[in-house]
Design a protein around this ligand. Structure first.
Ligand code: FES
Length: 500
């Protein structure tokens, strides 16, 4: 969708991006405003400032002449008018949850039998990229409706590190206003008032801090201490508990939604998000960890990466016969291709490795070294993109295996591998194993469960007595630090490669 905005710049000290953030106007800014991601592009219809060095690198002369600039590097003076495309509002957001026949009753599916909520409670998952809210009728235990949206804090950066940075740099109020505005809109779409209806909040620790307006200064520096991760009531909101700064309430929700904390069997849970949080264990013991996988599988830090929006290339097949290379792909909504979303990124990597266009070390065939591998018009996959995937997949695999080793279990002893998250729900598990992100050995026991964070919040919305269970899991789960962990470091180097 095309947006326009007329403004008056009252400070040449502040970039256009900062000025828009202060006004609550959303423009994606994955890199947090350092001029690297190219996602904050706007077209000045009038009042265009001088093109910056970063603009010169990103845009060609015709685009610069037409007024295209990076909002984070533009310092307009006086009046201006800008236009930009915003497809993020149409992003696909996972809300379903299913852990299998033995799940612990965490059913987040909508019952559309037309019941009115007589005892409404709202369960909310605050993801770094997307938000999901379910209207639950406590009396009947039914989920009556679910709404989703993008987390507009994305205009302060794609990942939690960028958000922490923005908060520390004086944007704490703006970040809180942004999420409150989003949640107010979501809850109102469910026919309720965010300021008065009981709300259950499940999110990662940074997201919960930003919602509560807590200082994030200690989240980003060692020893990474959170201000408050306890289960507590804040006005009408029940804030679910986290385990540490990098393993939050969303994972506690996932552990409970998958029933890991009540099972004799040992299961592994991996949330394939930016922070690659994971947990292993059973009713007696749970270990958790997080690993900086980066946003590659959400389309972040990828040259032609986009979120799961209409037109995002989500599935790719590459055939190679001698020198002949052919590519076929599918896009979300069958729209013309606009970029690669997470599943597209994963699949193109698998296909390029399979056809040996990318070798075991991640080097791309020299034919594609300069301009990248072409997938569709204006959609390519570069050497650097392969590198981002290597870092992400290796961090996830090495993290999971380090947890297994710390727990003292081998593949044979893992009864289930649950893959959580929207990306996880859509990926081709065989291809994910094919690039080494997931272990082949567990494929027959691997299940993509969907939004387990929302499912956990729904469970407690249905049954308030589960509070104790959440508090107990947050308490008995122990975090394993992967930073400087020699097992993790060795595995991380090993899994950077493709192939066995
Ligand atoms: S290039 Fe402007 S936010 Fe990334």
């Amino acid at each position: 969708m095309k947006h326009t905005f007329k403004g008056q710049s009252d400070s040449v000290q502040k970039s256009l991006l900062e000025q828009l953030q202060e006004k609550g106007i959303f423009i994606p800014a994955d890199c947090g405003g350092i001029g690297r991601c190219g996602k904050c592009r706007v077209q000045f219809l009038s009042g265009a400032p001088e093109a910056s060095d970063d603009d010169q690198e990103i845009f060609d002369q015709a685009q610069l002449d037409a007024g295209w600039r990076l909002a984070c590097k533009a310092f307009p003076e006086g009046e201006y008018e800008i236009a930009w495309e915003q497809a993020e509002d149409e992003m696909e957001v996972a809300t379903d949850f299913a852990a299998g026949a033995d799940d612990a009753g965490a059913d987040a599916r909508v019952d559309d039998s037309g019941i009115e909520a007589s005892d409404p409670v709202i369960a909310i998952d605050i993801g770094t990229t997307t938000l999901a809210a379910s209207l639950v009728d406590r009396a009947s235990g039914k989920v009556l409706d679910t709404k989703t949206s993008v987390n507009h804090q994305r205009s302060f950066g794609a990942d939690v590190i960028a958000r922490i940075q923005a908060s520390v740099n004086g944007m704490r109020d703006e970040l809180q206003d942004s999420i409150k505005k989003d949640l107010t809109g979501l809850v109102s779409n469910l026919g309720q008032d965010f300021s008065s209806v009981p709300v259950i909040i499940s999110g990662n620790t940074t997201m919960e801090h930003l919602l509560l307006g807590l200082p994030c200064d200690t989240l980003g520096v060692a020893p990474y201490t959170p201000v408050d991760i306890s289960l507590h009531q804040e006005d009408n909101m029940l804030i679910l508990p986290g385990i540490s700064t990098y393993v939050g309430a969303d994972i506690v929700s996932g552990i409970i939604a998958c029933g890991m904390d009540q099972s004799e069997e040992v299961s592994l849970l991996i949330d394939l998000g930016t922070n690659g949080e994971m947990a292993i264990g059973n009713k007696d013991r749970i270990l958790v960890a997080s690993t900086a996988a980066g946003p590659a599988f959400e389309g972040g830090n990828i040259s032609c990466g986009v979120a799961g929006i209409p037109g995002a290339v989500s599935s790719v097949t590459v055939e190679k016969d001698g020198d002949d290379v052919s590519v076929s792909y599918q896009t979300i909504g069958n729209k013309p291709p606009v970029g690669l979303c997470g599943t597209g990124v994963m699949e193109v990597t698998y296909e390029l490795v399979k056809t040996e266009i990318v070798d075991e070390t991640g080097m791309m065939d020299e034919d594609y070294e300069d301009d990248g591998f072409p997938i569709a018009e204006n959609v390519t996959f570069s050497d650097q993109d392969v590198r981002e995937v290597q870092l992400a997949k290796s961090a996830i695999r090495a993290g999971a295996e380090t947890l297994m080793e710390e727990f003292g279990v081998e593949y044979a002893g893992v009864a289930h591998l649950y893959i959580a998250g929207g990306f996880g729900q859509k990926i081709n598990l065989e291809k994910a194993a094919g690039i080494g992100m997931l272990p082949e050995e567990l494929l027959d026991r691997t299940k993509a469960v969907g939004n387990s964070s929302l499912a956990g919040a729904v469970m407690i919305a249905k049954d308030g007595a589960l509070r104790e269970r959440f508090a107990h899991v947050a308490d008995y789960a122990d975090e394993v630090s992967l930073t400087g962990n020699p097992t993790f470091n060795d595995l991380y180097m090993e899994y950077m490669m493709f192939g066995e």
